[in-house]
Design a protein around this ligand. Sequence first.
Ligand code: NAD
Length: 498
Amino acid sequence: MREIGHFIGGKRVAGTSGRSGDVFDPNTGEVQAKVSFANKSEVELAIANAEAAQPSWATVNPQRRARVLFKFLELVQREFDNLAKLLSSEHGKTIPDSKGDIQRGLEVVEFACGIPHLLKGEFSDSAGPGIDLFSLRQPLGVVAGITPFNFPAMIPMWKFAPALACGNAFILKPSERDPSVPMRLAELLVDAGLPAGVLNVVNGDKEAVDTLLTDPRVRAIGFVGSSAIAEYIYSTGCAHGKRVQCFGGAKNHMVVMPDADMDQAVDALVGAGYGSAGERCMAVSVAVPVGKKTADVLVEKLIPRVESLKIAPSSDPQADYGPMVTKAHLDKVKSYIDVGVKEGAKLKVDGRGFKLQGYEGGFFMGGCLFDEVTPAMRIYKEEIFGPVLSVVRAKNYEEALRLPSEHEYGNGVAIFTRDGDTARDFATRVNVGMVGVNFAIPVPLAYHTFGGWKRSGFGDLNQHGPDAVRFYTKTKTVTSRWPSGLKEGAEFVIPTMK
Ligand code: NAD
């Protein structure tokens, strides 16, 4: 059985804790590897390596740090297809979708390659008599990222690329469910010229995470995962004096106005609701048609599309989506269908019984569609994270605007309409962090920032874009005056600009 250890001090090392977890092939249900769970002393070793390597990495000038990332881009591109296969084999998402996962990560690496420009500070010439003022952005030191299973390439890259570019050392604690791609990315960074110890990967669970959260040498924590864990990480990390940003779960609505192109809206809902088996934080899980006629047409058009989704092994080029990540997650998602039926929602398409010949042990589930879901139901309130779409019928635009605005999650939201006024009003007033206009999955590009509101995001700064540079640096401001500008005698009054 393949064993996955850790990546410490520039190389793979075997785990020593004696504790490990199963990494499945979700297509067959078989265990394909064992991943070691780091104990406190293994994590402390990673932190010590990072702490030793960071000061000299911080003195490498930004252009040279960017060159390492340029080289890393090239190395990842070279093995793009193999990485996508590896990712797909542990996660279960299709190969094209796995490529998208890697590509969206690389786009943040490309952004981080601009670090010489991004790190330029501010300068005020002659701010007073003979006085110049300037600000510097300096790295924090050792920082850590804790990432979820659903984007095992993209989210680690969103974290480590800007952090490393800014001159920090990084410790990654990836999801224990699909750790192989993050481990390979760490190797490629070293091949690209990153000095040993600047990036370390510790695999594991709560014990590894708690060590990172409490060790004073770790200055900042970036987390992505479910909201309950995000809240725990945020409060524990802050209580230990760290800078923390956490991105949590979601319940993304898509409002369909009566003037929308219904076929485009249905295409968008099917792709964004069921792609990657719904295991995306930006998946649309709630459709909100406005008015009875819109709702009736939408549901009528959705039913045959959901019934005919092609669910197949993740390597099948025809697959719309593959299996779910684990049996435990599959069972949880199925249990939500039972809940919805009990709550009185109308189950229009039931994918619970889906079976794939030859892959009976795989974690597959058919698409499910609920109509007449209400805001009081658990299937509306809670994140299901599976191939399940709920239709909540809104009487009018104001009600449709209120639903995502009042939901406890606030990650993404979309509106489909041809009316510019309505779209603009919606984008301005909706109480959600990322908005799409005729765009179902509005994940901002790398040079803008990504972040949800309410229980989808904790902390002040977003991921990637300019916020990433702010998060991974501290600002120092220098006020300087040279002897020729100094007046004689002590000044007892605070200097002002009067
Ligand atoms: P998860 O919360 O179970 O795990 C995330 C990370 O936290 C993993 O590395 C895991 O090992 C660790 N972890 C789990 N339990 C822990 C505990 N008790 N103490 C300390 N650490 C713990 O999330 P997941 O199932 O891997 O990912 C799916 C979730 O992530 C969904 O809720 C999804 O919406 C969310 N997500 C959010 C975003 C975003 O940007 N907002 C992006 C992707 C995924």
